[in-house]
Design a protein around this ligand. Structure first.
Ligand code: CA
Length: 722
């Protein structure tokens, strides 16, 4: 062929065809395919620092980037390159942005999605799944979303109201949508899906509401359900027809007693997963038992499998392979949904393929990820008093009797950790360069006061605790002293030696997720609104930027046009932010809480606008004085139904309205129209008339009025003393 072509050319030339040859047709520019993620790209992701294609960057969820343009020598020059103001509710923003071929896909409160130019933060498209704000009543810990998954040109979004939606990554338009939780139920979705072997894996949340945990896999192209795995058994004699049926009968059912299926059982899969392509194992973490007080779900005790566990499944079928339960019979909300990190470590001279977790219960676990065998475990938090330790042979905790409020019926009054955990969802990172895991640690105690009986609620938590008896005392001086005990730090943890290598004390709990890079850097945002960079080997702080908004989300890094950026979403809230944030964090930064995505680069020239001025507000004491028994009833009702959102002791955490400053507090008719009838339902404040009588609702107002008077009197004494 070649010869004849040459011959033809020669002939044409010789024949005197002297016209200039027609220009070779310009091939059309290679079409840009957004979110072109496939198995090969994910398998090679560890070396591909330009992109961040799945929640934990790579299937092993290490949150480690090989990029080193920004390193210990130049990070001091890092500057804001762009910012994008997210048009979302000023709530916790917990998203890990994906960055694929120069486009960033990030989510915000109430499950909204934004595609941004990763160089400039310019909006390309946005998608709003129209989640009703009243869905918030079903969340324990704010209306958050942690991000999307990407595969073959599509993005996958789990919505707060329980849907899984595939979006066209080019336009943001929905391609398919399925409901993945029973409609009318109290399940929510806050976690990011993962895509494994063309299946979208999605769990759900609701461990405080009374649900039964499960994880589902859907065909990425069609949305067809491939398999489902329930983490706790259902009603006897009623198999689910799910991948979990056999193992639940064999291993889990014998560990339960009573009628747990009528109260859910718990074990939700609301956050972490990981995948090992070589072993072809998918790992999931499960939440607490529900209700928290075990006697209300399994009165004769038992481990209650598979709550608070790490479970390995086959991703094609959902078939069970192994499990490891961190907190058998859990009664403290000790979720094992925290970051599941895969790494290869040399332990006792042998290369081990491990899975690591720092669950809420305060102990750091290293398991063989092929078998689930416990290799080592060590306490990573300072204050752990629920257990004396973990038996290294069996992996079982040696529980302190004082912590077992369920069997004793006596409060575990300063139990540590509390339900927010020594480590919560804020992701940890692992650097193969230093060999350290970087953990955002919180130190908080909690009073577990058992309720006398379980009263089922559709509009509040169903955990079996007396939240009123466990609420903060109303003396602001005592409260201030108690809150001083709340601490947080960033720990560098050596998982081989099982010991802390360095730490940075942050002074406050509830700080952000972590990013580690090959530039010997660790990035973490914190509750005070700082984004910091530390030396990964020593913890020395090398750079800090003030964002004016509390940071929970983990930073990411990527290349755009060959230049390295570090980006983070800011936005304060979550369980701690709602319930006690303002109490614990005083006013060292302006609590503007402006949801944003921020991009930093070495040559950045952007500047944040100044934070908004703090709201003008004044306590207005009321002449109304209700009888003490009405106020007491109002206080109890408030802490059962209102406190987890509007703040312990009616002091809001700085996210949702502080009712002491509400005009409705002084107006019984307005109060009733909102609380009983739902006048603000569309803004997320549901009607409580279906569960609370008019008298109960009015008693809550009496309690708020009492708190206004108390707070105003305290302000006056402070002024007099000063
Ligand atoms: Ca929980």
């Amino acid at each position: 062929m070649r010869r004849s072509a040459l011959t033809l050319a020669s002939i044409l030339t010789l024949a005197g065809c002297s016209h200039a040859p027609a220009p070779a047709p310009v091939p059309p520019a290679a079409a840009f395919h957004p979110a072109a993620v496939n198995a090969a790209r994910l398998a090679a992701a560890a070396a591909d620092g330009a992109n961040w294609m799945t929640y934990g960057r790579t299937y092993d969820e290490q949150r480690f980037s090989p990029l080193r343009q920004i390193d210990v020598d130049n990070v001091a020059h890092l500057k804001l390159a762009w910012h994008y103001d997210l048009p979302v509710a000023a709530r916790a923003q917990e998203s890990t942005p994906l960055v694929i071929d120069g486009v960033m896909y990030v989510t915000g409160a109430f499950s909204k999605v934004f595609a941004l130019d990763a160089r400039t933060g310019t909006l390309k498209w946005s998608y709003d799944p129209q989640v009703a704000m009243s869905t918030d009543i079903n969340t324990c810990c704010d209306a958050v979303n942690r991000g999307v998954a990407a595969w073959n040109g599509k993005l996958y979004l789990g919505t707060l109201d329980g849907r899984l939606i595939a979006l066209d990554a080019a336009t943001g338009r929905p391609v398919w949508e399925v409901r993945t939780t029973p409609s009318g139920s109290r399940y929510t979705i806050t976690g990011a899906p993962r895509v494994v072997k063309a299946k979208v894996i999605i769990g759900n949340a609701g461990g405080e509401m009374g649900v039964r945990g499960y994880v589902s896999a859907y065909d990425a192209e069609t949305g067809e359900l491939a398999w489902r795995f329930y983490t706790v058994p259902g009603a006897p004699g009623k198999p689910d027809g799910a991948a979990s049926d056999a193992v639940l009968e064999r291993l889990a059912r014998p560990t339960w007693s009573g009628k747990w299926w009528t109260v859910g059982g718990g074990g939700t899969v609301w956050d972490s997963m990981a995948y090992d392509p070589k072993l072809d194992l998918l790992y999931i973490g499960t939440d607490n038992g529900g209700p928290w007080d075990r006697k209300f779900r399994s009165p004769r005790g038992g481990d209650n499998l598979f709550i608070t566990s790490i479970i390995a499944l086959k991703p094609d079928s959902g078939a069970y392979v192994w499990h490891f339960q961190t907190t058998p019979g859990d009664m403290w909300d000790y979720s094992a949904v925290q970051t599941l990190t895969l790494a290869d470590l040399t332990i006792d001279g042998t290369l081990r393929h491990v899975i690591m977790q720092a669950p809420k219960n305060g102990f750091f676990y290293v398991l063989d990820r092929e078998t689930g065998q416990l290799l080592s475990v060590h306490q990573y938090a300072d204050t752990v008093n629920w257990a004396k330790g973990i038996d290294p042979k069996t992996g079982r905790p040696i529980v302190n009797r004082a912590a077992d409020y369920s069997d004793s019926g006596k409060p575990a009054s300063s139990n540590a950790p509390g339900p927010l955990g020594a480590h919560n969802w804020e992701p940890m990172a692992f650097s193969p360069a230093t060999g350290y895991v970087y953990i955002p640690v919180s130190e908080m105690t909690f009073p577990y006061v058992p309720a006398k009986r379980l009263v089922w609620h559709e509009l509040s938590w169903n955990i079996g605790l007396d939240l009123n008896a466990g609420s903060l005392p109303q003396n602001p001086v005592i409260v201030a002293a108690a809150l001083k005990g709340l601490k947080g730090h960033l720990a560098a943890w050596d998982p081989v030696a099982q010991k802390e290598v360095w730490r940075v004390e942050l002074g406050h709990p509830w700080n952000g997720g972590v990013l580690a890079t090959a530039g010997n850097l660790v990035f973490e945002g914190n509750a005070m609104g700082e984004l910091n960079a530390y030396r990964a080997d020593s913890g020395a702080r090398l750079w800090s930027a003030m964002t004016y908004t509390g940071i929970l989300a983990p930073p990411v890094t990527y290349l755009a046009d060959g230049k390295q950026y570090v980006a983070v979403e800011v936005g304060w809230g979550g369980a701690f932010g709602l319930a006690a944030g303002a109490l614990a964090l005083d006013s060292q930064i302006d609590r503007g809480n402006v949801p944003r995505v921020l991009g930093y680069a070495l040559d950045g020239t952007d500047q944040l606008p100044p934070p908004p001025p703090p709201p003008e507000r004044k306590l207005e004491p009321r002449p109304e004085i209700a009888p003490a028994r009405v106020i007491a009833r109002g206080k109890a009702t408030y802490h059962q139904f209102c406190g987890t959102c509007h703040g312990d002791g009616a002091v809001a955490g700085g996210v949702l309205p502080d009712l002491r400053y509400s005009a409705a507090a002084g107006n019984a008719v307005l109060w009733s129209s909102i609380v009983h009838d739902g006048a603000l339902q569309s803004a997320g404040m549901v009607a409580f008339g279906s569960e609370l009588s008019a008298a109960e609702i009015e008693s809550v107002r009496a309690y708020i009025v009492d708190r206004i008077d108390e707070s105003a009197a305290f302000e006056r004494t402070k002024r007099t003393r000063n």
